[in-house]
Design a protein around this ligand. Structure first.
Ligand SMILES: *Cc1c(COP(=O)(O)O)cnc(C)c1O
Length: 437
């Protein structure tokens, strides 16, 4: 399968090249040239299949031409060494818990999958320089998922760029304490500055001559596509609960990679009634739905900080999937926006009524379903992180201490080590060169 650029000004490339380059030379994002339609028999039988069986089938449809079946199956099963349970919160509202992986957030799926694809490709001797440097900008959870997914993987160095003072202590501990092939870099700026540094590095000829640079942000096809696996698994679980209806999915969105993977799942034939993109105060997408105009702006800081994105990178993929037709988008995706006040109120209210503890991102997802009863039927929101990742916030809202899972408590005992840097690209470049000399 080839991958084309959403800007359509650079030639289609192989899977390996799309993974290694991340961003196309014309600055577009890579898309699979075909969205395979999965057979009716697969969908009819979904409830009888395990998560591994479902994900292997989906992975084969996208990657089967490029990766031998046995290797692909191993990559999928190694990636998904945890489940994504569907939990009923109240009538017609279910939580798809994506936080049972090593760093307690949905990004473990894409991070682990990409690490395994890249390491497969290096082992197959397909990388000219034999070593790959991953640059990843994070607003919190990407860094930990990618760093842990790649930790100790031969031939790969990872540099995690994060905005100073804008990620929680728990998040920082998960990517800035690892050592080995992982370097944490604290940037004096916002997440958008981090993202810009990474994007600029990919276009810098000198750096590209020195390093095989690869991104592990949600723009990378190897991170973005496997996120579709759990949408299928959600429908399978819904059926096992005796519910045959196609659900509405509400996705707490920042860079819009997660929701785009869901849209792709629906385009393979997965029965989905519609999507809701839940935003915090960073609501350029909602504004686009309302006005048809897309005007990116600087991000503002909120309680749901992994969604503090002012110019969502995967918006280009959504436009591409719908032929740049705002009405076509509106037919399948609606939007909503929540303030920190709304988030606080929702976490407290849901806990008091149901005993379920939401994290600030999942709170936006839950509210999106609650406020859009017009959609009717069953709603599934993606609970994208474990509430303990936002311990202080959630505890101050609930007025009680919450339990921290063992694997998270382990991280908290370690010391943070990071390189400090300004948001100026020249500083970043000088640092990169110093890694070689
Ligand atoms: C990254 C992240 C999001 C946003 O996901 P996108 O794919 O960027 O839209 C939402 N919630 C949490 C907890 C995250 O880490």
């Amino acid at each position: 399968m080839k991958y084309y650029s959403t800007n359509r000004n650079s030639p289609p490339v192989s899977l390996e090249e799309a993974v290694r380059k991340s961003l196309a030379p014309d600055k577009g994002l890579y898309m699979p040239e075909r969205i395979p339609h999965l057979p009716e028999s697969f969908f009819n039988n979904l409830e009888n299949l395990s998560f591994h069986e479902i994900a292997t089938t989906v992975a084969e449809a996208f990657f089967g031409e490029d990766i031998p079946a046995a290797d692909l199956k191993r990559i999928v099963c190694d990636t998904l060494n945890f489940d994504t349970p569907l939990v009923e919160i109240e009538d017609n509202i279910l939580s798809l818990e994506l936080f049972h992986g090593p760093t307690l957030a949905f990004k473990d799926v894409g991070g682990r999958f990409m690490a395994r694809i890249l390491s497969w490709s290096i082992a197959a001797g397909r990388n000219r320089k034999g070593k790959v440097t991953i640059l990843v900008a994070t607003s919190g959870d990407t860094g930990s998922a990618v760093a842990n997914g790649f930790l100790g993987v031969n031939g790969i160095d990872v540099i995690v760029l994060y905005p100073k003072g804008k990620v929680s202590e728990i998040q920082e501990k998960q990517f800035a304490t690892l050592g080995k092939n992982i370097t944490a870099m604290e940037v004096d700026g916002t997440f958008d500055d981090c993202q810009r540094l990474v994007k600029t590095a990919f276009l810098d000829k000198e750096l590209n001559d020195m390093f095989t640079l690869t991104s592990a942000n949600s723009i990378n096809v190897a991170r973005f596509l496997p996120q579709s696996f759990y949408y299928f698994n959600a429908v399978a679980q819904l059926r096992r609960k005796g519910i045959a209806d196609a659900p509405v999915f509400c996705v707490p969105s920042g860079n819009f990679g997660n929701i785009t993977a869901g849209i792709i799942a629906a385009k393979t034939g997965l029965p989905v009634k519609g999507f809701i993109a839940a935003n915090n105060r960073n609501d350029v997408f909602l504004e686009y739905l309302k006005t048809g105009n897309y005007s990116p702006r600087a991000s503002v800081q909120t309680l749901a900080n992994a969604m503090d994105v002012g110019d969502p990178s995967n918006f280009a993929r959504i436009l591409d999937l719908y032929g740049h037709d705002a009405d076509a988008i509106r037919k399948e995706i609606s939007g909503c926006r929540y303030t920190d006040e709304d988030i606080r109120h929702t976490i407290k209210d849901v806990y008091e009524r149901t005993g379920y503890i939401l994290d600030p991102h999942g709170a936006c997802g839950y509210r999106g379903l609650k406020d859009n009863p017009g959609q009717g039927g069953y709603g599934i929101f993606l609970e994208t992180a474990h509430p303990a990742k936002f311990k202080e916030t959630v505890e101050s809202i609930l007025g009680k201490t919450i339990e921290v899972p063992e694997r998270l408590a382990e991280f908290m005992k370690r010391d943070v080590k990071s390189v400090e840097i300004s948001k100026d690209f020249l500083d970043f470049k000088a640092y990169m060169k110093s890694r070689i000399s």
